[in-house]
Design a protein around this ligand. Structure first.
Ligand code: ZN
Ligand code: ZN
Length: 496
């Protein structure tokens, strides 16, 4: 087995992308993502890496979403000292995302440790009460073991991010880069978020040569701001995402109509439109569309709160990288428009500012993270607005299994937030046409380009719930006549 790939994340699930390519003595990792969503998924981030971190030659990142880059500082902490290759824009965005993540990791861990300490204290007190004096010392020792081995270290902290950033190397789209002995990579437009890339990895081991194409997360042709995903025509093997492998999105035009309806409704009710959005990607696109709609007079100009400091920082990175824009956005900029801003949008820097949004004169729109309602400022807005029939909770992005977002999107009538049971009386709307991910048809169309040359030997289907991956595998086999394989977690496949 000379050239092989091992699937160490996003295999049988959506998050935690991590693929190890081995050729002889050299190893390159593609993506080093966090598992996100349900508590069971999140717990997987604590499982040690499946390989020696210091034996890795290089890491390539497809884009700056946490489920693709979020464990990188943990890899560095574990001893990886090699280069990290990504597009220039991904390097800039990753710095924002990873610093924020490091802060959260430290906070989570402190909270966890405090909780464990309280628990141990309560247990030892309970033990003291119910036992007699003679056995006391021993019983206490068994109730609270020496040194309390149950304290945790954070996955990583800001110092690890600092070291990680020192290892990053920005590259241009479409340019071949040597990333390790026997490995070259070309980053192509993926059209998903700023800096996102499809990675074409060429691997040589003696006389063996393989080209493996990683789709990363694929965007949609119709999405604004960024260039469309690049069609690739040749690969020996393809690793493709399947987030929406079993679904078709509504067309972008239809999504815009639905957004107009939602805004008009909230405006006439003098209510609140609450949009959970990921700080990077979704937020900038929605604002791009809102700016468009206001300029075309298709929606009333109601105030917009951009309630996410990370989203504001990400928007400024978007400003820094006009080289990634599609023709339409580039033309708007040249004509003096600022398509990444909604007229008069208000930024809320502090949590206090965020909490007083509830008193703002209505109607208003609020865009806040996190996108799947797994934490962040959106949580206090939910407490205020979920019970209010004049409000609309509007989903525009993917909701992971086991998240509060998925529960509400599926019609949940109550929501549990900070131990409180909240009634859901607001309207809940879902617009699928703004997705940052290609749908079944678009994924298939992108794969179809490979048939122009020799068909790839295998299409590996990753980054999808089992139903989506299965359905997509069926389509690939029947419509494209290609060999589709859904790898299991930790499965190694020899690339012949
Ligand atoms: Zn992504
Ligand atoms: Zn992803």
């Amino acid at each position: 087995m000379s050239i092989s790939i091992q699937f160490l994340g996003a295999a049988g699930c959506v998050t935690g992308s991590q693929f190890l390519v081995t050729a002889g003595d050299h190893r390159v990792l593609v993506d080093c993502g966090m598992f996100q969503g349900s508590p069971e998924e999140v717990a997987r981030n604590r499982i040690p890496f499946a390989f020696e971190a210091d034996a890795l030659d290089a890491l390539l990142l497809t884009h700056a979403h946490l489920d693709h880059c979020g464990r990188t500082p943990a890899l560095v902490r574990a001893g990886f000292g090699g280069r990290i290759h990504a597009t220039h824009a991904t390097v800039d965005l990753a710095e924002i995302v990873l610093r924020d993540s490091a802060k959260l990791q430290v906070e989570f861990t402190e909270r966890w440790n405090r909780r464990q300490a309280r628990k141990a204290e309560a247990e030892s007190e309970a033990t003291v009460e119910e036992i007699d004096d003679e056995s006391l010392p021993e019983r206490i020792r068994s109730a609270a073991p020496e040194g309390r081995t149950d304290t945790r270290e954070p996955l990583y902290d800001e110092r690890d991010v600092e070291t990680t950033m020192g290892q990053m190397r920005g590259c241009d789209y479409g340019t071949e880069v040597q990333v390790a002995e026997g490995y070259t990579a070309v980053f192509h437009d993926a059209g998903h978020i700023l800096g996102s890339a499809i990675i074409e990895l060429r691997v040589t081991d003696g006389a063996e040569r393989r080209t493996i194409v990683f789709s990363g997360d694929l965007g949609r042709d119709e999405s604004p701001i960024l260039r469309d995903p690049t069609p690739i025509t040749h690969a020996d093997h393809v690793v493709v995402e399947s987030t929406y492998g079993n679904r078709e999105h509504a067309p972008h035009d239809e999504a815009i109509e639905e957004l107009v309806t939602a805004i008009t409704e909230v405006a006439s009710d003098e209510g609140v439109l609450l949009v959970p959005a990921f700080a990077i990607g979704r937020t900038q696109e929605v604002i791009w569309v809102l700016d468009h709609l206001v300029r075309e007079d298709r929606i009333p100009r109601i105030p917009l709160y951009l309630d996410s400091p990370m989203a504001s920082r990400a928007t400024s990175v978007y400003h820094d990288h006009p080289e990634t824009y599609d023709d339409e956005t580039a033309a708007l900029l040249r004509s003096g428009d600022s398509p990444l801003e909604y007229p008069g949008q208000q930024f809320t820097d502090s949590v206090e500012d965020s909490k007083v949004i509830r008193y703002a004169k209505r109607p208003i729109m609020v865009v806040a993270a996190s996108g799947m309602l797994t934490g962040g400022r959106i949580m206090h807005h939910l407490k205020d607005f979920l019970p209010d029939p004049k409000c609309t909770l509007l989903f525009i992005g993917y909701q992971g299994e086991g998240t509060l977002g998925r529960h509400l999107q599926d019609g949940g009538k109550t929501a549990r937030i900070d131990g409180q049971e909240i009634d859901v009386r607001c309207r809940v709307r879902v617009i699928s046409g703004f997705s940052a991910h290609a749908d079944q048809h678009e994924l298939e169309a992108w794969l179809a380009h490979f048939a122009a040359d020799a068909k790839p030997k295998t299409i590996f289907i990753v980054h999808g719930d089992p139903d989506a991956a299965e359905a997509f595998a069926g389509r690939i086999r029947s419509n494209l006549g290609m060999e589709a394989h859904i790898p299991k977690h930790r499965e190694t496949v020899s690339l012949v």
